[in-house]
Design a protein around this ligand. Sequence first.
Ligand SMILES: N[C@@H](CCC(=O)N[C@@H](CS)C(=O)NCC(=O)O)C(=O)O
Length: 213
Amino acid sequence: MKLYSYWRSSCSWRVRIALNLKGVKHALAPIHLMREGGVQNTAEYREMNPLRTVPMLEWEEDGQVHRLAQSMAILAYLEERYPKPALWPKDPLAKARAWMLAEIPNSAIQPLQNLAVMQKVKADGADSNAWSKHWNERGLEALEAWARPIAGTFLVGDQVTIADVCLVPQLYSARRFGVDLSPFPTLTRVEQACEALDAFARARPERQPDAES
Ligand SMILES: N[C@@H](CCC(=O)N[C@@H](CS)C(=O)NCC(=O)O)C(=O)O
């Protein structure tokens, strides 16, 4: 399998964690989101992924090339294909909770801090960093409040779930935007537990082949 990824992309990072946890052999194809207007915007990449985003997973099967974009769809596919360890709990309520918590970074924070959105906000004359910081704070407040009564070692009980996979990259982004994480003790405690796992550690931006200093 080949993962089109950018070292600092939080959505790529989610997929890197899942591939590591599930022990799926893969190669990384770095897509530089900033250089020369962004490789994601080239005709060649747009041909493969018209939304011009990473991550994108590519593999060959039965003589055909298959591609998937959108981190949540990729994670769901990996879950079906490589069920162990499961990232969605079996218990219906725990499963829905894990998905709910994952959706806060996925749909209430990351889309608003995405590079293309920040570029547009800046072009329209606003402070794009303050914009992203605001949406991170708002989303993380909600995530902390939902997680506090149900967290164990991880966000939903004592097993890593999809919620943790989305949490760790989001906290990294929040720090980049200058968010004070002290009001979110549950989130930072769970982050520490995740970072102690090799699969999470190996997925960190600075450990990627395209990492920059
Ligand atoms: N919902 C998508 C979002 C993908 C996305 O926005 N990726 C960012 C990096 S985290 C990107 O490629 N941005 C490129 C750009 O904005 O030009 C997913 O979960 O994969």
